[in-house]
Design a binder for this molecule. Structure first.
Ligand code: F6R
Length: 626
């Protein structure tokens, strides 16, 4: 949450900074701002505005700044309402030092009180502003900017931060520090960059250094840089070659990133499966094969499994948990934040499986610290290479490619399928016979074709989505693998179309939520045959009858060839739409095929309701606050 960019070099900084902010806008869009050093003009120019990056970009363009170094920020508000005043960068009392920050400073109130008592004047309600005033004090006492930042990191110990500071007195240097929030250096011919995500500078270089917690970066106008620890010792770092291309992070011909990412799902499935099975269909995961200690844990100790995630990743985790259960494991999927703040403890025999698209979700990282402290073994499912989550235990990449739309789509599919492979990889060591594994991997290889078939029907699903334009409320119901899909379908509708939507077990509807059903309420029911639990289909169908009997509007997601669902209900009160998806023969794969039409439904409903699909209200991608 919040995106930071910094640039220093020989060229005009403004264009690089604005372009970087546009690439990072997915991280927050409550306000944006830049601070530029232009020796020809005032020492430090700060231009910042409430709202999207475009407002700041227009203001910057009008000034035509020529400064060759600067810092910039796009904000998701934590401390203080979205406003011009609370927009970053924040400056010291004299307006000569400015700071941008991503994270949370836990002790900022005490610091603010102390600094105010010493005579500092605060302009904003943010926690970040204390950084500028702390730097001001250290600089006044004779410290150089690097030392001032180092001392500041000691004072704010306990908080999380990625910060970049600029000082008019040292125009040839930017200083950054990192603890618990991501920060990268970009090494371009045009100059050096700092950013919360390398997408900000990918158009200019594929060479990047990822800062680790406790590291600082000093980047200079003469194209030199240093990475040091908070106590100023040289710190080892690797230059990483970014593998993705520019088109992977651009919308291309699509109207929204969300639509592009929905359409990418057949390729995502192919990438998840690529190289992960042998010729005879056995699952092979590098994260297991190259870790003998993990193999030994599986064989000798593994007793139960705890899956952790948040939001969409939790629902993917619940889906994977059911597959673990089918294979005889004791398992539960828990909201990471709830786990972190509960007395629930993991045992040395528990395998923890954290799941995350970004790998930087603060709730999950706090949970993983608890897991680490307990000495438990973990195997992560994560999309963003090198993200913080990858530093815990072993794991596997989702290979979904960069996901930019705030509403997660392709990462759900990649998590469910990767989770299924993990279950099989573990189970084939002890509980499964080879033909079972081979049958699954064969079927999984056909999943991309099933998804292509679904996507070919997109226009029909969009019409159904558009018919939801004025719907006041929705319920999503399902059982078995349909339960997590119901929750995820409701989440998608709620977050991007802003239609109040509840996802639940079809069974639990009668215990309360059915009170919402009337002729205006739309109920989406996932009615799929689960070969392992045949009664689930009939039970769900009878829950649909209960809705139709109360004149609720019903949309059904069923398998191709299911002629029964369209005729449910009393005369004249049948489901108003049936979405048919190909049969995939495994419950866990049906979670993917049934979810994709619901992603399209939410997209179309959001568009017809005039919502910003990629940047839904109050949200941001990569939730790095607690
Ligand atoms: C919803 C959505 C969020 C994320 C959640 C966890 O569409 O995107 O619910 O799934 O914030 O994020 P990751 O997967 O990055 O840990």
């Amino acid at each position: 949450m919040c995106g930071i960019v910094g640039y220093i070099g020989q060229k005009s900084a403004a264009g690089f900074l604005i372009e970087g902010l546009e690439k990072l806008e997915y991280r927050g869009y409550d306000s944006a701002g830049v601070a530029l050093l232009d020796v020809e003009q005032e020492p430090l120019q700060i231009i910042k505005h409430q709202g999207k990056v475009a407002a700041t970009a227009a203001a910057v363009a009008a000034i035509k700044p020529t400064g060759t170094s600067g810092i910039a920020h796009t904000r998701w508000a934590t401390h203080g309402e979205p406003s011009d005043r609370n927009a970053h960068p924040h400056a010291d009392c004299r307006g000569t030092i400015a700071v941008v920050h991503n994270g949370q400073l836990t002790n900022y109130q005490a610091l603010k009180k102390q600094l105010t008592a010493q005579g500092h004047t605060f302009q904003s309600d943010t926690d970040t502003e204390v950084l500028a005033h702390l730097l001001e004090d250290f600089r006044k006492n004779g410290d150089d900017l690097v030392t001032a930042v180092q001392k500041t990191t000691q004072v704010i110990a306990g908080g999380t931060f990625a910060l970049v500071a600029i000082d008019a007195a040292t125009p040839d240097t930017l200083v950054a520090a990192c603890m618990g929030s991501p920060l990268y250096i970009g090494l371009a011919d045009d100059g050096l960059f700092l950013a919360s995500d390398h997408r900000a500078f990918r158009a200019h270089t594929d060479k990047s250094v990822q800062l680790k917690d406790g590291q600082m970066a000093i980047i200079n106008a003469d194209h030199t840089y240093r990475v040091v620890t908070f106590d100023n010792h040289q710190s080892p770092h690797d230059i990483q070659q970014l593998k993705y291309q520019l088109e992977d992070i651009e919308k291309g011909t699509y109207a929204t990133f969300m639509e592009k990412e929905i359409v990418e799902q057949p390729d995502v499935v192919r990438r998840v499966l690529d190289g992960r099975s042998t010729d005879d269909g056995m699952v092979r995961l590098g994260g297991i094969e190259t870790h003998p200690e993990f193999q030994s844990f599986i064989k000798k100790q593994l007793h139960d499994v705890l899956i952790l995630g948040c939001g969409t990743s939790l629902y993917a985790g619940e889906t994977v948990a059911r597959f673990f259960q089918e294979h005889g494991y004791e398992v539960q999927a828990m909201d990471a934040a709830e786990f972190a703040t509960s007395s629930f403890q993991v045992k040395p025999t528990t395998l923890v499986v954290p799941m995350s698209q970004s790998g930087t979700t603060a709730d999950l990282l706090v949970a993983m610290e608890k897991v680490k402290a307990a000495g438990a073994v973990s195997f992560s499912l994560v999309n963003v290479p090198g993200s913080k989550l990858t530093s815990y235990g072993t794991g596997m990449y989702l290979h979904a490619g960069p996901e930019t739309g705030v509403a997660s789509t392709k990462a759900f599919t990649a998590q469910v399928l990767s989770g299924a492979l993990l279950v099989l990889a573990l189970a084939q060591e002890s509980r499964l016979n080879a033909p079972h594994v081979a049958a699954f991997t064969e079927r999984a290889k056909t999943l991309s074709f099933a998804i292509e078939k679904i996507l070919a029907q997109s226009d029909d699903y969009k019409k159904i989505g558009q018919s939801l334009k004025d719907v006041p409320r929705m319920l999503y119901i399902g059982r078995g693998y349909g339960l997590a899909v119901a929750k995820e379908g409701a989440l998608k509708m709620m977050e991007i179309a802003r239609i109040p939507s509840l996802g639940m077990s079809a069974a639990s509807m009668k215990h309360g939520p059915i009170a919402l059903v009337d002729s205006e309420t739309v109920v989406v029911a996932i009615c799929i045959h689960d070969p392992k639990v045949p009664e689930l289909y009939d039970l769900t169908v009878s829950n649909v009858e209960q809705v139709l009997a109360r004149k609720g509007r019903v949309i059904i997601v069923a398998e191709e060839g299911d002629d029964r669902v369209a005729t449910l209900g009393p005369n004249g009160q049948h489901p108003e739409a049936v979405i048919s998806v190909p049969k995939v023969h495994y419950g866990i794969l049906s979670a993917i095929t049934t979810m994709i039409p619901l992603q399209i439904l939410a997209l179309a409903a959001a568009e017809v309701r005039g919502m910003n699909v990629d940047q839904p209200m109050n949200l941001a991608k990569s939730v790095t606050v607690l």
